[in-house]
Design a protein around this ligand. Structure first.
Ligand SMILES: Cc1ncc(COP(=O)(O)O)c(C=O)c1O
Length: 459
């Protein structure tokens, strides 16, 4: 493919060596696509097909992908949705539904915010399906980070970022202290942006709200501050800033009366080259963790193209790059769960899905309130709790001079039969425990906190 529009955009400047090199060659897909339309006898597809009667007892005359009768009792989805490969970029129907879902999640009001809706619809790519959010993170990090380059992230982050970026890609993470005085440390974020811009022609940053491990979720005013900091930084450094918006826990926000939504929506409105990429998925959003269906969606800028035709070409070129990486890593994502998701959206509709999920959100919110109330009554000098109002977790900081997080977690487990995740990265100024209250029953929370209090007294 000739990337004639993409090459003129700041995305190209921000690509890694792999990002520039990778593409999806026409190969098999070109020929099988043509054969579907033009051939009488099509021998391009690398999957077994036959008349159902020839491989299933009592089968029909239908020409189908060959399958084992043994799988039939477990799903009433059509065999065509179960057995064949999904397209590399994902089942087209789910890609289109998810784009509509993203638009719905923007919370834009059709009557009052038509312009913003139009902008979102037009300049957002059709999501590419990834193997869960993890694979979306991997995909984007590979696209933008060459070995030894830097990505920026708060010091408290999902540990798997380090695996992907450091250990797998050989790139580096430049951390900033997440909170100062219980607020997001935007000066710290800006300082590292300016610092990395001294030796890199692009800034890549990954942000995750509601956050793992802290549960931090920015309020409306904080979102504006984050956006302004990114805008100001971009104006100052005059280099593209790519923001990977990890929205794994997007719907789980518990602020009273706060309308909260992904940072993606505010960033797509920014005219400067602050370029958001939304990474989300059915895993937590629809509570189908093992379904492993995620999405990567790019926010493009109107200034990059001269007309609608160029915009469509740009989207195709970008899609080709992403499919190039998908083809050479996972090839494609589980067809069954994509089909199942399509089915849910078609049968239930988005509003009913949100309504059903709201029962879970309310359940988690009651635990969130309870555990925060209980913990705040502890009033112990050697601990502090990071600001939290969403997601599945909260984080208790421990005084490193008194208690090492891993020793504390070990003690909690051995003596009090309490399981938590210790995070002890003293160089990054972190020593504490992550509590996944999403998995503790409301009734058990008091007991849980009592045991933590007792354990703290042992040190
Ligand atoms: C912040 C964050 N991002 C991404 C993921 C991965 O999500 P998925 O299961 O969709 O790969 C997790 C899972 O724990 C997470 O905590």
């Amino acid at each position: 493919m000739n990337f004639k529009i993409l090459i003129k955009t700041p995305l190209w400047d921000a690509f890694s060596d792999l990002g520039r090199r990778i593409f999806l060659p026409e190969g098999i897909f070109y020929w099988s696509g043509r054969a579907k339309k033009e051939a009488e006898l099509n021998a391009t597809i690398g999957s077994a097909y036959g008349y159902e009667r020839d491989f299933i007892e009592g089968g029909t005359e239908e020409w189908l992908p060959c399958y084992l009768d043994a799988i039939k009792p477990y799903s009433n989805l059509k065999i065509d949705s179960l057995v064949p490969y999904a397209s590399i970029g994902g089942v087209q129907a789910i890609r289109e539904i998810w784009k509509k879902w993203i638009i719905k999640k923007s919370l834009y009001d059709i009557l009052n915010e038509k312009d913003k809706l139009g902008l979102l619809e037009k300049y957002t790519t059709t999501p590419i399906v990834t193997q869960g959010v993890t694979n979306g993170i991997f995909l984007c990090c590979s696209l933008f980070l060459s070995p030894s380059e830097y990505i920026i992230s708060p010091n408290k982050r999902w540990g798997n970022y380090d695996n992907i970026i450091n250990k797998f890609l050989g790139a580096n993470i430049k951390s900033f202290e997440f909170f100062v005085n219980q607020e997001i440390n935007l000066q710290g974020m800006k300082d590292v942006i300016l610092d990395v811009a001294k030796y890199q022609e692009k800034i890549i940053i990954i942000l995750n709200f509601p956050n793992n491990p802290t549960g931090y979720t920015p309020k409306r005013a904080e979102i504006e501050k984050i956006v302004n900091t990114l805008k100001e930084s971009q104006k100052q450094i005059k280099k593209p800033i790519i923001v990977l918006v990890d929205d794994a826990y997007e719907p789980y926000v518990y602020n009273e009366g706060e309308i909260s939504r992904s940072l993606f929506y505010d960033l797509i409105e920014v005219q400067e080259d602050v370029i958001p990429i939304k990474l989300d998925g059915i895993t937590k959003e629809l509570l189908i963790y093992g379904g492993r269906v995620g999405f990567a969606t790019f926010g493009l800028k109107p200034a990059w193209v001269n007309n609608d035709e160029e915009l469509e070409v740009l989207k195709e070129e970008l899609n080709n790059k992403l499919e190039g990486i998908t083809r050479s890593t996972i090839s494609n994502t589980n067809h069954f769960y994509q089909a199942l998701t399509v089915q849910i959206f078609q049968d239930k509709g988005m509003d009913d899905i949100v309504k059903e999920r709201d029962k879970v959100r309310r359940l988690l919110k009651s635990r969130y309130k309870k555990i925060n109330e209980e913990l705040s009554s502890l009033e112990l000098p050697d601990i502090s709790i990071d600001p939290n109002s969403g997601g599945f977790f909260l984080f208790i900081n421990l005084n490193p001079n008194k208690i090492k997080a891993s020793e504390f977690a070990d003690h909690l487990l051995k003596k009090y039969k309490i399981g938590v995740i210790p995070i002890e990265k003293l160089n990054d100024n972190i020593n504490g425990i992550r509590i996944a209250y999403a998995s503790i029953d409301l009734e058990k929370i008091s007991e849980f906190v009592t045991r933590i209090r007792q354990a703290l007294k042992d040190f």
